[in-house]
Design a protein around this ligand. Sequence first.
Ligand code: 3H9
Length: 715
Amino acid sequence: MTDLALLSQHDGVAVIMVNNPPVNALSPGVPEAIRAQLEAAENDPAVSAVVVIGGGRTFIAGADIKELEEAASGATPRPPKLHAMLRAIEDSAKPVIMAIHGTALGGGLELAMAGHYRVATPDAQMGQPEVNLGIIPGAEGTQRLPRLVGVPAAVDLCVSGRPIKASEALELGLIDRVIEGELLTGAVAFAREAAAKGGPHPKTRERNQKLGTLESNAAVFAAGREQARKTRRNQNAPLAVIDALEAAVALPFEQGSQKERDIIIECLSRDQCRALIHAFFAERAVAKIPDIPKDTRTLPLRKAAVVGAGTMGGGISMALVNSGIPVLLKDADQAALDRGLATVRKNYENSVKRGRLSQEAAEQRMAMIHPQLGFDGFDTVDIIIEAVFESMALKKQIFPELDRVAKPECVLASNTSTLDIDEIAATTSRPQSVIGLHFFSPANVMRLVEVVRGKASSKEVIATCMALTKTLRKVGVLVGNAFGFVGNRMMFPYMREAQFLVEEGATPAQVDKALYDWGMAMGIFAVDDMAGIDVGWRVRQEFKHLEKPGVRQPLVLEKLVAANRLGQKTGAGWYRYDENRKAVPDPEIEALIERTAREAGIPRRQIDSGEIIERCIYSMINEGARILEEGLAMRASDIDTVYLTGYGFPAYRGGPMWYADTIGVKKVYDRVAEFHSRFGELWEPAPLLARLAAEGKTFASLDAEKTREESAGAH
Ligand code: 3H9
């Protein structure tokens, strides 16, 4: 017998403890082990009831996503089939009680629903997050969930993929009791009660009372499809899951279950599913840094200081206090400090209004931000994050001061988005403590943080900052120190091509629509207007000396700044904004673009969305290949994570480098080479792109090669 599920006895109650760390995924062998232990318990006359519980930090976090990845890649013909185990649980003559702590997600919840009863700790979370992976629940979740919670709640949970806490699960009828004390003790007590009450114990698949009919649920399904189209634009699985839920209502359990299986197999054959599974593992791979082992010492970060109370400084302060780290917020200017704090307060008030935060919690968080003009108390903090505006001269003034006031082990971080961390570090006596922490706006919301490794940044400081991003519930991606790091460096050619396209005949609205329809969260011009046109312009001034003479540069940006069309904040930029900040195409800007193009002798023509997408996205991919070659990102999948978590790239396309693989690296290369001959040197193909194309390889295969080499080196 394997030890993937352990059996013990507690005075007549058998306890099956699933034992597959870290998250008890239903990997090969686990379902079989659970089934075998169940059989042993059933055959034991001394056992009157069975409890299934997760060992370690959680119940079962789902099917093994590695197995699903294999099925999606075609390496194995079919996804795992858990139906026989579920049937065995449900048909057990002895009551089976599922005891949930941590998370019961996907296949974990599906297994729990096959039990006769469910109990959970108050902080346990339950959900069907399969749509996040481009699939639907495939172990009869779409058939049992509506039977327990009713069709409207099942539609909401399956389409949104959101997990719910025990209190909501109890209200919905998903669980039978919340256990306040020790879970196993409570579950065993519940099991005894159930055994004493006697059978038959409820089989979820036979509970049809909450199902209703197709007619009575028609509006619910229609609203669900509407929700899916709105919140999961262009995605297939959220619509497919509603088809499976409809089958639960329309068909007997067995047939509904078969329909569900057909649908999940269909989902697994799609690019969207492969891309989303890639995104899941890519987001976890970022934590693996070859030369910084997991046991590297991290410094405790109990208290922080932030310098600069602007948009970024305020957002970073919120992110810190939201995770329980108090902040000294310094600005040299009282008016700026007041403005910054007022914005933070307004943000919290909005959260209270929306019911996301209690008034009391908002007050507590505000009280954890201490505004100040000087450096008082900076000698007590564990990390200082500088977030003043993007000027090397200013940063060079600030860092020597931080060096002077900070305690010896304090981490000195800059939130710069483009500047050289080494140059900043060189102004201090402790370059090993200096690092970049590039947050994205709004910093209290956006998940990405580029952790910028200076040449002197110590391993401990890097490990500490990576751990900090996890504490802040963000995704830290370690990147090298070069102009624009990873994200913005790829953004520049993207932005450049968008601007060239409008000079050549497209309108900003047309470019934005093409990008949005393709899946980007926002069009690039709308992003520029939101961020402030002067921001990109300022960066360009700082690096103007790098521009090669004679190489084409976008022409309109300077004119917008000169006309004070700085974006949303001035009411006009690439668009005009009405009083509700709604973007409206502006004939004035279109005339300005046309005039500029004419003066520069740029011929105007009709441009279709295919060209818009290729030029914007392929320019980004080409730059990504350079970044990889220069070692500024550790893996292609890290670049994908940057774009998925910080730049609104559609997750179902897997990130720019994964997308290149999906299209075919050779195809992308050929197009880049064609653009090179048409548009000149800015399109010179990256050598890595050319090499992969010639060798018939992918970016993913490059990552896999590296991982193999690293693990061979480690042994
Ligand atoms: C499903 O169930 C389909 C079914 O309908 C049946 C179909 C037939 N499998 O995130 P963390 C790994 S679909 C394999 O850093 P946390 C993860 O890669 C599934 N591996 O921890 C990482 O490995 P490493 C539905 C998994 O505490 C390690 O565990 N379920 C799985 O921040 C730690 O993960 C989901 O979608 C898995 N299912 O968060 C849940 N889960 O250390 C997916 C985790 O080598 N999981 N790993 O990098 C999660 O959302 C989070 O991992 C969880 C823990 C909240 C559980």
